[in-house]
Design a protein around this ligand. Structure first.
Ligand SMILES: Nc1ncnc2c1ncn2[C@@H]1O[C@H](COP(=O)(O)OP(=O)(O)OP(=O)(O)O)[C@@H](O)[C@H]1O
Ligand SMILES: [Mg+2]
Length: 354
């Protein structure tokens, strides 16, 4: 508990430094000015700042500390009428108390909304993984079939007279590689469906894209889609939640695959790219699918907007809220000559929130 708290403090040093300086200044101001001046009301701004910490406990502690400092200042102040001072201090404490109460309520509602959003994101991941079930099973069963074949081969090489150890070793090496591949696929699925609250990692978006494409590989193959990637190889890391960002890419890619299913097989192309410029990084998913009428473009990010018989219309709404929570923005535009391009940009200044 203590360690967690210290870790948390170290993650938001600028905020806490700012709050401490402000508290110090208000305390000095309140103590050196006359009792008639209700300087302590300014503590309200400190409490409002504390909301940014996202912790109700921290807001309560700061509220109580501000009230205590107001009382301490009252006793330390040398000048002014003590009755006016008493009334001013009492008023300040009421203001501090009311603000603290409201700030805690706002933060509680906010936290609930964030929780609901991350649960929704998880549900949508589960749904997509469910849809991808056969593909993922195929992705895993392929290496397992190869493992069985190579295992039998190794046994035969060893049983031969004389035994061929080199061939047996090569077969076993292939087994190890295939087992690793199967394990990777399972690991990716597990990561994607895991119930985790948003975290703040340093995310390699190139790797995130590779992971997602690995999951949909057989879906892409089955639909005869020509997949290309253009990933700049010096992509900087972005601060954010890796699972959530993968979720966004997965939503875009699944939509693209669905849009491509409705056009003839010889024009099905999917291009996933990532590039960094100045202070932002852009990921885009470009398809040559059925496209979207310009008039509908501004509706597709709305929750429950869908044109698919079995669609929920949640994929893009969730994607937008994830990206905006990271301080970025999503966009959609027609692709030339047909299809659509979806993308998001994230700031690289480290100010993003995961
Ligand atoms: N790449 C695309 N090409 C054409 N239309 C698209 C594309 N992506 C999204 N759309 C349109 O936007 C709508 C909303 O997409 P969204 O992902 O939010 O929901 P959905 O795919 O219909 O359902 P789900 O919640 O299962 O993802 C889609 O129904 C479709 O009409
Ligand atoms: Mg969708």
């Amino acid at each position: 508990m203590r360690r967690e708290f210290l870790k948390y403090l170290s993650e938001m040093p600028v905020l806490w430094f700012g709050i401490s300086v402000l508290v110090g200044l208000i305390f000095i101001g309140d103590t050196v000015t006359d009792l008639e001046i209700a300087f302590a009301v300014l503590y309200v701004s400190v409490i409002l700042l504390t909301v940014r910490s996202g912790r109700t406990g921290a807001i309560a502690v700061v509220g109580i500390a501000c009230a205590a400092l107001t009382i301490l200042s009252y006793f330390l102040t040398r000048h002014g009428a003590s009755q006016a001072g008493l009334i001013n201090s009492a008023l300040s404490i009421v203001a501090i108390g009311a603000t603290t109460y409201l700030a805690i309520r706002i933060e509680t509602i906010d936290a609930r909304a964030r929780e609901a959003q991350s649960e929704l994101a998880r549900m949508s991941r589960l749904m997509i993984v469910g849809e991808l079930g056969t593909s993922i099973a195929h992705e895993v069963s392929q290496p397992i079939t190869a493992i069985t074949a190579n295992g039998n081969a190794a046994l035969r090489w060893l049983a031969a007279a004389p035994a061929d150890h080199d061939e047996a070793r090569r077969a076993i090496e292939r087994i190890v590689a295939d087992a690793g591949r199967a394990g990777d696929v399972i690991g990716r699925v597990r990561l994607l469906v895991s119930r985790s609250s948003p975290s703040r990692d340093m995310v390699d978006l190139g790797e995130a894209i590779d992971n997602v494409l690995e999951l949909v590989r057989s879906e892409i193959r089955k639909n005869q889609i020509l997949l290309r990637t253009e990933l700049a190889n010096d992509l900087p890391l972005v601060a954010g939640d890796r699972v959530q960002l993968q979720q966004v890419i997965l939503n875009f890619v699944m939509n693209a695959i669905e849009a491509l299913a409705d056009v003839s097989a010889d024009v099905r192309e999917l291009l996933v790219s990532a590039a960094a410029a100045e202070s932002k990084i852009t990921v885009s998913v470009r398809d040559t699918g059925i496209g979207i009428a310009p008039a509908r473009l501004d509706r597709i990010f709305e929750a429950f907007y869908t044109t698919k018989p079995n669609g929920m219309g949640m994929g893009l709404a969730i994607s937008r809220s994830i990206i905006e929570a990271h301080g970025g923005s999503v966009y959609a535009a027609p692709n030339f000559p047909h299809g659509t391009v979806f993308g998001f940009t994230l700031p690289l200044d480290g100010k993003s929130r995961g």
